[in-house]
Design a protein around this ligand. Sequence first.
Ligand code: HEM
Length: 418
Amino acid sequence: MSDVTLFAQVKDPENRPNPYPLYAKLRDTPVSHQDDGTQDGIWVASTHAAISSLLHDPRISSETLPAADRPRTGNPFIDWVVKPIRDRITDTHRPFIFRDPPDHDTLRAAVMHEFTRERVRGLRGRADTLVEDILAKHCNARDIDIVSDLAYPLPVTVICELLGVPADDEPKFHDWATQLATALEPDTLTDDALRAENSRTFDAISDYMSGLIAQKRKAPKDDMLSGLAAGKAPGVPAMGTYDLIATSILMLVAGHETTVNLITNGMLALLRNPHELQRLRDDPARAPRLIEELLRYDPPVQFRNRTTLAEIGIAGTTIPKGVSVVLLLASGNRDPAAFSDPERFDPDRSDNRHLGFGGSLHYCVGAPLARFEAEAALVALARRLNNPRLIADPPPYRPGSALRGPKHLRLSIDGLTG
Ligand code: HEM
């Protein structure tokens, strides 16, 4: 077995600040077999060509989650009656990021129908206002943590407004989003205390959403949840309650930590490249290019998992049927065969076919929203932070290797301008 420990090193928190040299080594073998302690090991696709090919391959499945198994509570009624029912519901109504066609396509079409241009445009202006409101709380500050002071609160509020969660209930969503983000990391499966906490959170948010859906059915408003509950997409059957709950939770989780990391990685890249910070300050219209480059250079989603439905011959190797495949998107983004001078942060590049939002069937539905939120945050930070300096470089990182980003990004500042 070649490169036995490279992917283990990628997962090692020690390498979280800079996994990119490991990705460069992985690209020596575009699709490699790695020992991860399981019987079959895993297969890692690391070049742009191999990842793109697998993203489009119908022999690959996104149904990678293990069967739902809520931890036992010691209460016989919950353990023997409620738990099996809830586990079964969770298994049969997975969020569509973990489903294959045809179910995936039907659920996604319903969501896309609600992501109207007007709704997204409205949220764009709202993101600017929210950023200004958040920064107003720090106008006399001499230091700021980009993560907890700005990047964390912004996406939850935006998703709540998109779905139609009443403003009074938003604080609950902040706590739920923080907790559920940990469910995506591999350690969650083996840490009983974390599993129990996540399962309580999942049940709490499910109960809340089921009540909210009932309200939206009775008195629809102009929001995404009302639209989904009414089943307005032509030719697409209306979602049942359990799929609506799963979809709402998916929007919250998929759109939260990812956007936090885009804003934070963005600020970090700007501080490490001060001329780019100055250029953004002088010309906010540069923001869209800058954000596309961030999605290439330091993407919030470093990799996604799949399972093979059949044997796949690719890049001189054969991936067997029924094994786990890691699509190392962040490595494809630094592939010299696809990008000129890929290790350079260069918002002016013209060859930016990055994989930061994935590709094909599962391409990110929230991409326009994520771009607006990051633009609102980074433009305001560039304009308003007076003389920002990084307190620690590299900053401390959260443990996650798939959703990767700093835990804190503390800056010293000489106040806020404007
Ligand atoms: C910077 C922020 C974001 C990044 C980097 C990001 C990245 C991604 C990636 C890489 C995928 C593909 C997953 C796969 O192939 O398995 C994805 C899917 C998805 N994203 Fe995002 N995302 C972001 C923000 C958002 C937001 C704001 C929302 C919703 C409000 C959202 C909702 C979704 C959903 C629902 C999917 C599943 C699509 C499907 O399975 O068809 N994302 N995202």
